[in-house]
Design a protein around this ligand. Sequence first.
Ligand code: ADP
Ligand code: MG
Length: 353
Amino acid sequence: MASVVISDVRKSYGSLGVIHGLNVDVEDGEFVILVGPSGCGKSTLLRMVAGLEEITGGEILIGGKVVNEIAPKNRNIAMVFQNYALYPHMTVAKNMEFALRLAGVARAQRNARVRRAADILGLTPLLDRYPRQLSGGQRQRVAMGRAIVRAPQVFLFDEPLSNLDAKLRIQMRAEIKSLHQRLRATMIYVTHDQIEAMTMADKIVVMNAGKIEQIGSPLELYDRPINLFVAGFIGSPSMNFVEGQIEGGDFVTGATRWPIPGRVEHNNEAVIYGIRPEHIALRPGRLQLKIDLLEPTGSETQVYGSIEGIPLAGVFRERISARSGECLSIEPEVTHVHLFDKRTGRRLDTQSA
Ligand code: ADP
Ligand code: MG
């Protein structure tokens, strides 16, 4: 296994810059996930690590060695894509050993490695089947098997689950995670699905427009997003944002006053108040949420509405019998309030009183 260091890496296509100097340290055995909106450069970065794209500037190191000029096949990495085209005329076993055959690995070795990978992935009973005889999830597992047999130093995944249905995605999520634990391999995994990122990663890199917004553990990003972009991107449903200002220890917008934690130095400055839907409590208080839409999922109730015209979503454990047009008395849980500078979008620190 090996560490991966991405050091001031840039990428341009002609005069169009798409990656603007990124730094990421992936430790040996770590599971790092790159997230960000479509087009922000996730695949490009991964393909540069794989050697499938030239690096315009900076360095990439695998296992402490600069690989900028090293061909993909000599980087000791394996990549699993979203479109994991299997060879339709080859059995599962043949699909899995194909790269080993190309690399000139002897038959006995090939068989041993395929058997071990099949065992790890639960593919042993399927080794003689053809891809058309497999479900979507089984095919995806074969694609992972092809990567595992090569025993790479680093696994790269580019949205490997986005073609699967929701239920299968959840199952494969757990399988990839346990695979990581069993192999103790270094993995870099791209997704635009922030739930995938939250549940699988040791460390998440949030990208936006070819830059890094924040790097941290899933809970660090959830608890202390560094700016409005990360706050809005991590968490589902998304964090509510309300514009207003700090006045005498409260957040004030229009005619309403909202609680804030501790003291804030930023009196009379324009701020954005952030509160996640799951951090709003049903409690008699000063804020009235007028209901537009109420969605009971069984385990919880999602409410979409507004407070004096400001849109706000809440997620509650309680069953709610109120109807659209009626009001709920709510209160943001003050320890979960986030404040951001409206001008820069950066997080403002609050001090406990
Ligand atoms: P993501 O994977 O985050 O959706 P990509 O890495 O695929 O984003 O793309 C990042 C940006 O680079 C996009 O704006 C995309 O249009 C551009 N891009 C990707 N490949 C090429 C290419 N071969 N030529 C020109 N622009 C490209
Ligand atoms: Mg992509």
